[in-house]
Design a protein around this ligand. Structure first.
Ligand code: JFZ
Length: 309
């Protein structure tokens, strides 16, 4: 945990096919967080898959993303290797619902990011939605809405989640340094065991408390709020937060927090011994929204004067 405890500040990246509808479906602005649009609007699988044909991040510049994070004083990046919509940003053999098979871009997005992180001395971790998977037959909060989603959960765990977690643990050199699980809907001990076992492939890897099955992981993950004190039992914690009101890109969400608020949050969290994981939601053509870039640069300017190394 040593590097993680000293890090204090990291970049969360929510990126996937949901950046194509970007909050709008059939002309309707869908309320709620952008990466949940498939679930919130009950979009059929076949129809949602069509969005991937417009996921073509030609402006993706992982080196620039890593430099932006580094200049803001961030020490690590956590990116959604697969979110609840099941879409993998890597080349998966366990499903054709990935960037290589389903998009015109056709290349693994994590490989060049890992290379850039290595080059700039930034740690890279992967978020992986192990339980919810609305396309590959994992669970779905609120219930499934399309017969195409019917698949036995244990079949999904064994034949999608396990091989995919093995893929992301073994293809990126020293990374991932963190496995960030999420929303343990329908997880139980037996399902969690199959995943936690894989972590042996990466000795020293840090994982959070959202695996389920009774596992607590290495870190607490308060979300969108700062606890009043550190955790009494000395548990490590990482506050994750958005800069506006969504994690995944939504074209019309302009409710940005001020740079001053973001810096105050960082100070508050660091003073309590925690880490701040601050989110950006890139577009489908591969750009971090300008208001996010601006804030990160302003934080970087403050860090230069007030930060430590
Ligand atoms: C989850 C995801 O569903 C969401 O899309 C995003 O990725 C976020 C970082 O994580 O949402 C959660 C998970 C946990 C809590 C709240 C929202 N929680 O513990 O309060």
């Amino acid at each position: 945990m040593r590097w993680w405890r000293e890090a204090r500040f990291g970049m969360f990246i929510h990126w996937g096919v949901y950046a194509v509808p970007a909050g709008t479906y059939k002309g309707q602005q869908i309320p709620g967080i952008g990466e949940w649009i498939m679930n919130r609007a009950k979009i059929p699988v076949a129809e949602y898959r069509q969005f991937a044909r417009s996921f073509n991040p030609i402006f993706y510049d992982p080196d620039a993303w890593v430099r932006l994070a580094k200049e803001a004083g961030m020490k690590y990046i956590i990116i959604t290797s697969k979110h609840h919509d099941g879409f993998a940003l890597f080349d998966s053999k366990a499903s054709d619902w990935d960037v290589v098979d389903a998009t015109p871009y056709g290349r693994d997005l994590l490989l060049p990011l890992a290379a850039a992180c290595r080059k700039h001395g930034i740690k890279l971790g992967f978020y992986y939605s192990q339980a919810q998977d609305w396309v590959n037959g994992g669970s779905a909060a609120g219930g499934k809405w399309d017969p195409a989603q019917q698949r036995d959960m244990d079949d999904y765990i064994r034949n999608v989640a396990v091989p995919q977690v093995r893929e992301i643990l073994t293809r990126y050199g020293e990374f991932p340094a963190v496995l960030w699980w999420d929303t343990p809907v329908d997880m139980n001990r037996e399902r969690a065991d199959q995943l936690i076992r894989l972590l042996r492939l990466k000795p020293g890897i840090i994982h959070n408390n959202r695996l389920g099955g009774g596992y607590r992981g290495d870190t607490e993950t308060p979300e969108q709020y700062i606890p009043a004190t550190g955790y009494p039992d000395g548990r490590d914690f990482e506050v994750c937060m958005t800069m506006n009101d969504t994690w995944g890109y939504k074209s019309y969400d302009q409710n940005w927090k001020s740079t001053e608020t973001l810096i105050r949050n960082l100070i508050d969290i660091a003073s309590k011994g925690g880490n701040y994981l601050l989110n950006v939601g890139p577009t489908a053509d591969g750009r971090i929204p300008e208001p996010s870039i601006q804030r990160l640069k302003e934080i970087g300017a403050w860090m230069k004067v007030n930060g430590e190394a």
